[in-house]
Design a protein. Structure first.
Length: 189
């Protein structure tokens, strides 16, 4: 007659912890939220149309478009500041030039192309999402996915019972001995 195998309380029949599925669902949901956060375009890019001419008689619309373009361009002198934030003479000159170009009827893309031609691609605050620059956008996501996978594997190995982690059969206590140890621990704690 073969002895019946009993799983410890809180464990499923396959040896996975009862909460493992919940942790897995939580990790997948968190990863999905991160992907959505990185995939959504910034609000300042959605504020005004990216194509077409900006020539209009409304000075408030021209000012909004000028400010949106200033946010997209990096100050050529300062580190980490946009043209809109910078107080340097070069940035003030760029702001005036952007307003002049908008008054002439140039579109946002034409103005950005002008500055990329004169200063190089680094003048843009955000690298374009194409070509080699696509790696700049995808590597952080791949790093997060690899970290989440490593964390999931580590948690899974930590949550498995000792018998599944490679403990020898001689290390496992018989059920009556385990009950006696648990009873003794309850008395002391």
């Amino acid at each position: 007659m073969q002895a019946e195998r009993r799983e410890p309380a809180g464990f499923r029949w396959r040896g996975r912890p009862a909460g493992a599925a919940r942790w897995r669902r939580l990790a997948v949901a968190a990863l999905a939220l991160l992907l959505l956060a990185f995939a959504a375009p910034p609000a300042r890019l959605l504020a005004a149309p990216a194509t077409g001419t900006a020539a209009t008689s409304d000075p408030a619309a021209l000012e909004r478009e000028a400010q949106a373009i200033e946010e997209l361009l990096r100050c050529p002198v300062c580190n980490g500041e946009s043209v809109a934030e910078s107080q340097t003479a070069e940035s003030a000159q760029m702001r005036a030039q952007i307003r002049q170009m908008l008054a002439e009827g140039k579109s946002r893309q034409q103005i950005l192309d002008y500055y990329v031609r004169n200063f190089g691609i680094w003048i843009l605050n955000e690298p374009p999402r194409q070509g080699a620059f696509l790696a700049v956008w995808l590597l952080p996501l791949l790093g997060l996915a690899a970290g989440a996978a490593a964390l999931a594997f580590w948690l899974r190995s930590r949550l498995r019972p000792a018998a599944d982690r490679g403990a020898g059969k001689g290390d496992a206590r018989p059920a009556p001995a385990a009950a006696a140890v648990e009873e003794e621990l309850r008395r002391w704690l």
